[in-house]
Write a protein that binds this ligand. Structure first.
Ligand code: FES
Length: 132
């Protein structure tokens, strides 16, 4: 069973991609908690760990008015923005209806020692990238 938000082929591991950024250990993030990874270009990334140990990496700016999602309440596989209460579905990075909007999602992986890695390129951009 995978606890990752996004599954990638087995060969897509940190050892095969230099752009996987080490971001610490699973134990660094409390369950139903988050941490922030700064991006040199673009908005920061919020890393979420849910109660069932799933991991998600999404842009840290709420699609409503830019609230800091890492400071929101994590419940299930959603986070509620601390500013006005929009709920963001972590798998899709989309606001829960009736609200509308989305945030970028980023690939995140955990190795067998619990070390975490994130890519700074959003998931959709990774899918569109040519094979190397
Ligand atoms: S800024 Fe997030 S709900 Fe308004």
């Amino acid at each position: 069973m995978s606890n990752l938000a996004t599954d990638y082929p087995a060969e897509t591991t940190p050892a095969h991609h230099e752009d996987w950024l080490p971001i610490g250990h699973l134990d660094d993030i409390p369950r139903q908690g988050a941490r922030v990874v700064a991006r040199p270009e673009g908005d920061d990334i919020a890393i979420f760990r849910t109660a069932d140990d799933a991991l998600f990496a999404i842009g840290n700016r709420c699609p409503h008015q830019g609230g800091p999602l890492d400071q929101g309440l994590v419940h299930g596989h959603r986070v509620t923005c601390p500013l006005h209460g929009w709920r963001i579905q972590l798998e899709q990075g989309e606001a829960v209806a009736p609200d509308q909007g989305c945030v970028p999602r980023f690939p995140i992986r955990r190795d067998d020692r619990g070390n975490l890695y994130v890519r700074l390129t959003p998931v959709d951009a990774v899918k569109d990238a040519p094979e190397t």
